[in-house]
Design a protein around this ligand. Sequence first.
Ligand code: PHE
Length: 339
Amino acid sequence: MKEKIDRLLNEINSFEIASAEQLEDFRLKYLSKKGAVSNLFTDFKTVAPEQKKEFGQLINRVKQAAQGKYNTVKESIAISSLSFNDAEDYTKTSEPLNTGSRHPISTVRQEIVDIFSRLGFTVAEGPEIEDDWHVFSGLNFPEEHPARDMQDTFFIEKDPDVLLRTHTSSVQVRVMENNQPPIRQIFPGRVFRNEAISARSHCIFHQIEGLYIDTEVSFADLKQTLLLFAKEFFGSDTKIRLRPSFFPFTEPSAEMDVSCSICGGKGCAVCKYTGFLEILGCGMVDPNVLEASQINSEKYTGFAFGMGIERIAMLKYQIKDIRYFFENDIRFLKQFSTF
Ligand code: PHE
């Protein structure tokens, strides 16, 4: 009997169970009513009374071994049979999550700011609702001068001294009246003009203004700064062209063109077959403007430039209509998603 029990114990311990079927075989063979363990209890009835205690313990050990093995294996099979479908992503949210993305104007604005930051320009901002002094008079626009008509102004209420800024040059004045040179800053922001809305112009748009004032700042510095910007933004092969122009607050003044990055300057529909695209206005800060903000024009000189962010973004992304930027059509905006 003892031998039989030992054999059975060995058998139970070495029985290989690798599947649910084998587990069932094991159960039938050892743990069912007609199984080996049950048989041991039948045999037990014939054991001599003085040996009952010893055999009872042995038989119980066999039963526990069989039952223990059965329970453990059953549990592990249950866990591993929880089938995971590889095609399903269980980390997915139940609702689709639409991630937002930067507006193309913000992206371009940031790129421009980054380039000038590398040249040592810091960012400053000013108010969108302005007064006449900061938008016009402080920038050398004479009273009643037709130059004021260059920019159709939105006035607030009936007070001609409260208006929406028509250009970010107003921030120049605010910076100059509160700081002495050296000044090396850029001013990004929204501007407003009472213009008919069309594919090329809007009543709200964005500009970035640059101002550099120090001793001995020359037109060559302006040219070099803008050339570097153009190469960084539009590509290293980009050429620039400065054409004489007029602004009341700069003298001399110029408009800058960059070689068309679409055709490489050969001429195409985008550059109207000229090979160049106009991107900004610039010039040397007029001494009158410096003096109006209590900066000594005998000691200091400076340059300023201003560009429209929409215009630059339209060139960069080949966008034909400025109105797309303000419609917030998700199909348009999605194209600029960086995710
Ligand atoms: N303020 C001018 C405009 O809005 C641009 C400009 C800025 C020109 C600075 C010269 C110097 O058109």
